[in-house]
Design a protein around this ligand. Structure first.
Ligand code: ADP
Length: 343
């Protein structure tokens, strides 16, 4: 018989106990047990039988019912949905588990909402970033089509400008690709022993033309004649250094100076990139490594920045299990410092 409610369970128990007590009474009577002893034995026997019978049925009933709830809870928690044998203070255990489950689902809901907000904000930012170069390109092409093509004063100039907007879009798409892969953990690091001094020199050489534009001088704080070996992914740290150095040029003052410094601290090497450029107020520092965060929108855009450079830098450094920090003072300059493990 399927028992679904407390009423059915009570009825079943009442029937079972009536039958049992009648059997016990009849047995005692048939053996003609003395009256005083008869009553005592009867009560002890009936208590034991009732206790075990009720305990068996009630426990089974509660276990069956609660296990249905447990299975749903465990399934949402992603655990195995095996039946749980509930003993002891069943309701306390159940209450504790349900409270835990509620906390878990609430946390999941919050994570989901956060991810959703993050996704929405990201898509909004990407389309906002793409809008400007696309509309610019459209404007240049339309002007050329409407007669500008035959005007030697503007045809080359407008094509060059369109090309600059295309480059900006390419930069943005490349940065987006990098950051998406970094966030998805798809960019595996190739850790090797790297001479960070030589690597910094390579980056400086690579940026030679760029630094000339603003007449910024990139130097080391002192002569580094001996190599300083660190464990890192060479290509990715090249990107970190070039992003930081490009920023020091973009946000540097004409004729300014950027200094690269290395410090050995315990098992790590700290690398600093310090400029004497425009700097920024302290209030911007906590959000500086967020994607698309910019202190001065217009300056960053004029420089062709995607707003993703520092977010990429932070991802790369954190993928190395290291940290990056920034100090800055408006109109004085900024210093970015990150660590790498000594090799
Ligand atoms: P962007 O493409 O805009 O340069 P980044 O992520 O590289 O994006 O930098 C984020 C913002 O941080 C920049 O827009 C700029 O306002 C600020 N910033 C970065 N580096 C420097 C620096 N060396 N000096 C002053 N401001 C900086």
């Amino acid at each position: 018989m399927q028992i679904d409610s407390a009423k059915q369970l009570s009825a079943a128990l009442a029937v079972a106990l009536t039958i049992l007590s009648t059997i016990v009474a009849a047995t005692l009577y048939s053996f003609e047990v003395k009256l005083e002893l008869q009553v005592l034995v009867y009560f002890i026997a009936i208590f034991l039988i009732f206790f075990f019978t009720i305990n068996f049925f009630v426990s089974r009933f509660i276990n069956n019912k609660l296990n249905i709830i447990y299975k749903s809870i465990l399934k949402t928690k992603g655990s195995s949905s095996k039946s749980k044998n509930l003993t002891g203070d069943v309701f306390k255990t159940v209450n504790k588990d349900v409270v835990e489950w509620m906390k878990f689902t609430e946390q999941q809901k919050q994570e989901y909402e956060l991810k959703e907000e993050y996704r929405r904000e990201f898509i909004g930012n990407v389309s906002h970033e793409l809008k400007t170069p696309i509309f610019n390109i459209q404007g240049y092409i339309l002007t050329l089509l409407e007669g500008g093509l035959e005007d030697p004063n503007i045809n080359r100039k407008y094509l060059q400008r369109a090309e600059k907007s295309v480059s900006r879009m390419i930069n943005l798409v490349n940065d987006l690709d990098t950051i998406t892969r970094l966030e998805a953990g798809q960019l595996a690091l190739i850790i090797k022993k790297v001479d960070i001094v030589a690597l910094a020199k390579e980056v400086i050489e690579y940026l030679e033309d760029f630094e000339k534009e603003k007449n910024i001088n990139i130097v080391f704080n002192k002569e580094y004649n001996a190599p300083i070996y660190v464990k890192c992914d060479k290509q990715k740290i090249f990107q970190v250094l070039s992003n930081l150095l490009i920023n020091s040029i973009k946000y540097g003052k004409q004729g300014g100076k950027t200094e690269i410094r290395f410090f050995k601290i315990d098992d790590n090497v700290m690398v600093e990139v310090a400029d004497n450029g425009v700097g920024m107020d302290e209030k911007h520092l906590p959000r500086l490594f967020e994607r698309f965060y910019r202190v001065e929108e217009s300056r960053s855009r004029d420089m062709g920045g995607s707003g993703l450079g520092l977010a990429i830098v932070k991802h790369i450094i954190e993928a190395h299990d290291q940290t990056i920090n920034v100090r800055s003072t408006k109109d004085v300059g900024s210093t970015f410092s990150f660590t790498l493990e000594k090799a």
